[in-house]
Design a protein around this ligand. Structure first.
Ligand SMILES: [Ca+2]
Length: 343
């Protein structure tokens, strides 16, 4: 009887439910410095919205690629275009925890520091609005209400998550896992930065937050620049998307088409999309445990991730995380495009 019960339970967990939905979806909070496609956050959300393995319990926005106003305007509009206005959006941090705006920030990529109003997204501003509850409060409340059940997909600066676990330390113990697009692993191939010579953009925008989250003790999967640099979104993939007639596929096609018209050999790397896809199918990437920390001294390497297989002086308190270091780009792109064109 006990054996039969175990078999039945196993079958219930493993068997697909009706309509091809997986029996147990990942319940995720989608934390993002959002902008519509062709920005990678927009493509990652397009993928996530069409992936039944992901149950998005809420979207939290943060300043990063652009400012918070644009993140909010663009993500609300994308939910409207895709007919998913049931997903709630919580506005997060307007600024990083401690990173001052200097001339370098103003002249290089990313307008996280700006107070400019958002430009109107395609089709105009959405009719829906953000929730009254802040991103950090939503994260803390949601994860503590379901301990060990909620994952976070973090594809922007980590300000909201750091704030949530700073305000409510119990939240850190309740988070099931955080999958982070961030960092550049210097001890592995292709480990240079993209915001400064050594620092990756998301970590560089908010180094104090990145360090706090990496050291929080929450199980973490890190999707760094190294693995993004093994990816390519080529014209064949774009053509498959452009041929599909769904609202999401047409949005992606309209936003990305001009780039491929100008240059048919355009092959941009994928960043946030890799992190999202690895939650759906972890077999597309190879991971290994490494100690990863972040330099939060306001000097030449501010925001740089530092990594090793074993502890080193100064890294006391740093945690071992799962680092993605390789990817099967063909399988990843097939999965990505399959989901973008899905009805
Ligand atoms: Ca992002």
């Amino acid at each position: 009887m006990r054996g039969a019960a175990v078999l039945l339970l196993t079958a219930m967990v493993l068997a697909p439910a009706v309509h091809g939905q997986p029996a147990r979806a990942h319940r995720i909070i989608f934390d993002t410095d959002f902008a519509l496609p062709p920005q990678d956050d927009g493509l990652a959300l397009a993928f996530a919205l069409n992936s039944p393995e992901l149950d998005i319990v809420g979207i939290t926005t943060v300043a990063g690629n652009y400012n918070l106003a644009r993140a909010n305007a663009d993500v609300l509009r994308m939910l409207e275009i895709s007919g998913r206005t049931n997903i709630r959006v919580h506005a997060g941090a307007r600024r990083p925890l401690a990173h001052d705006v200097d001339e370098y920030a103003r002249t290089h990529y990313g307008s996280w520091w700006s107070d400019a109003p958002a430009p109107a997204p395609p089709g105009g501003f959405a009719k829906i609005a953000v929730q009254a509850e802040s991103a950090a409060d939503f994260i803390a409340r949601t994860v503590t209400a379901s301990p060990g059940e909620i994952e976070i997909l973090a594809i922007g600066p980590l300000t909201n998550i750091a704030t949530a676990i700073r305000q409510q330390p119990a939240a850190a113990r309740a988070i099931k896992r955080i999958t982070i697009m961030g960092g550049a692993i210097a001890s592995l191939p292709d480990g240079g930065g993209n915001a400064t010579p050594n620092a990756e953009f998301n970590f560089w925008v908010d180094p104090e937050a990145a360090r706090a989250v990496l050291r929080s003790g929450v199980p973490i999967v890190l999707s760094p620049l190294n693995v993004s640099r093994k990816t390519a979104f080529d014209k064949a993939a774009f053509d498959r998307i452009a041929a599909a007639k769904t609202p999401i596929a047409q949005l992606v096609a309209a936003q990305m088409g001009p780039r491929y018209v100008r240059d048919a050999t355009y092959r941009p790397h994928m960043y946030d999309e890799v992190a999202a896809a690895s939650v759906v199918d972890s077999s597309i990437v190879k991971t290994k445990p490494m100690i990863v920390d972040v330099d939060d001294h306001h000097g030449i390497d501010y925001g740089t991730s530092i990594d090793a297989d074993a502890p080193w002086p100064g890294a006391e308190g740093a945690s071992r995380v799962q680092v993605q270091y390789d990817i099967d780009n063909a399988r990843f792109m097939t999965l990505f495009v399959d989901r973008i064109v899905r009805q």
